[in-house]
Design a protein around this ligand. Structure first.
Ligand code: ADP
Length: 376
């Protein structure tokens, strides 16, 4: 059992920099939480406060309903896997994994049992007598995880554990970590700047920017229901296409001479408040539909500026009113630079944001639903 609660956690460094503002989350037993955001957004600081490596300036941190703000790291029953693995070069894999248990004066047979168990789970049994220098990057990474799991901690923390690996190995290790989580059923908190890692690993993602939580939700919620422009832009590759435009009096907007009527969209009741104001329109690349311009088909006309084949899909680049747009299409759809196209999109898959606050504009009853949820 390991539930963790962070309530109104703030971090102000002695230099005066506030790295984390009012961080709140209730983490369930066995949950895989991923903190994601650009460099400097406060994710490592948050993780280090949980580990006890950084003092909490204010707020309450509890593990299984017990306050742990002031406990030393070794007394927290929390274990952390670092980005640089921090392995002991002069020790074998076996002794690297056994070391923390030796320090805790565990019985020799228990140490042996735990190390052999971890080695088996992580596929390290054949390498127990090797030193770290004679291991591949992926194997070193597994040893670092092994050192953590032998202790059977209540909570595992991971600080960008895959960032030293090449892209292919990162993909493999991602799957292994996910399997490990399923197998151990432990509570895990994982920090990364890589949104793909967040989407593939997390039960819930915490998106951070400039020390603030922007949104907490399942990967699907974060991707399909972003609360603001930051989340919409940060999650998804390539990022969402963004158009800044003025909403006309009759609830329409102009896209390069093509008038788009939005008076029938589900959020029209709320869009009324944005008449004659700038709004931001967001469309994901997979929802940008393009076809060759045959002079008869409807849509906003443009010209292909670049075509990138990715494998199973391809990206078609063009511009609308000086704004770069990317469409993600099936790899069988082939265009080349200079091709004339028309562009269409479905309003059902279009996001609207308030240009001033950059918050998403929702249907009025959706907002009410969101408030009800937060009171639960
Ligand atoms: P992230 O992990 O998201 O890259 P960090 O938590 O490392 O971000 O940093 C958040 C902010 O706190 C940054 O502005 C960073 O410069 C600042 N910061 C981090 N560590 C310290 C420190 N020891 N002293 C002062 N400022 C720090």
């Amino acid at each position: 059992m390991a539930t963790m609660k962070l309530e109104n956690i703030n971090k102000i460094y002695p230099s005066g920099v506030q790295a984390v503002f009012d961080f709140n989350i209730d983490i369930k037993d066995g949950e895989f939480i991923v903190l994601v955001g650009p460099s400097g957004c406060g994710k490592s600081t948050t993780l280090r406060m949980i580990a006890g490596l950084e003092e909490i300036s204010s707020g309450l941190l509890t593990l299984d309903d017990k306050k742990i703000n002031d406990l030393a790291p070794k007394d927290r029953d929390i274990s952390m896997v670092f980005q640089n693995y921090a392995l002991y070069a002069h020790m074998t894999v076996y002794h690297n994994m056994a070391f923390s248990l030796v320090l805790r004066k565990e019985k020799a047979e228990i140490i042996h049992e735990r190390v052999m168990w971890a080695a088996d789970i992580l596929g390290l049994t054949p390498y127990l007598n090797r030193k770290p220098a004679n291991l591949s990057g992926g194997q070193r990474q597994r040893v670092a995880v092994g050192r953590s799991i032998v202790r059977n901690p209540k909570v595992f923390l991971f600080d960008e554990p895959l960032s030293n690996l090449d892209a292919k190995l990162r993909g493999i290790m991602r799957k292994e970590l996910k399997l490990l989580h399923t197998r151990l059923g432990s509570t895990m908190i994982y920090v990364t700047h890589d949104q793909i890692e967040a989407l593939t690993l997390a039960d819930r993602i915490v998106v951070m920017s400039q020390g603030y939580i922007q949104q907490i939700g399942s990967p699907t919620e974060i991707y399909t229901d972003p609360k603001n422009l930051f989340v919409a832009n940060f999650i998804g590759t390539p990022p969402m296409n963004i158009f800044r435009t003025k909403l006309n009096d009759d609830l329409s907007f102009d896209l390069e001479g093509t008038v788009v009527d939005v008076s029938k969209v589900s959020i029209a009741d709320n869009l009324v408040n944005f008449k004659n104001k700038e709004v931001v329109i967001g469309i994901r690349p997979e929802h940008v539909m393009i076809e060759a311009d045959n002079g008869k088909n409807k849509g906003v006309p443009s010209v292909v500026t670049n075509y990138e084949l990715l494998g199973a899909s391809a990206l078609v680049h063009f511009t609308i009113g000086g704004q770069k747009v990317i469409s993600k299409v099936d790899e069988r759809v082939v265009f080349k630079k200079g091709d004339k196209i028309v562009f269409n999109f479905s309003l059902d898959n279009t996001y609207f944001f308030d240009n001033e606050t950059e918050n998403r504009i929702y249907a009025i009853n959706h907002d009410k639903g969101a408030q009800d949820e937060s009171r639960d």
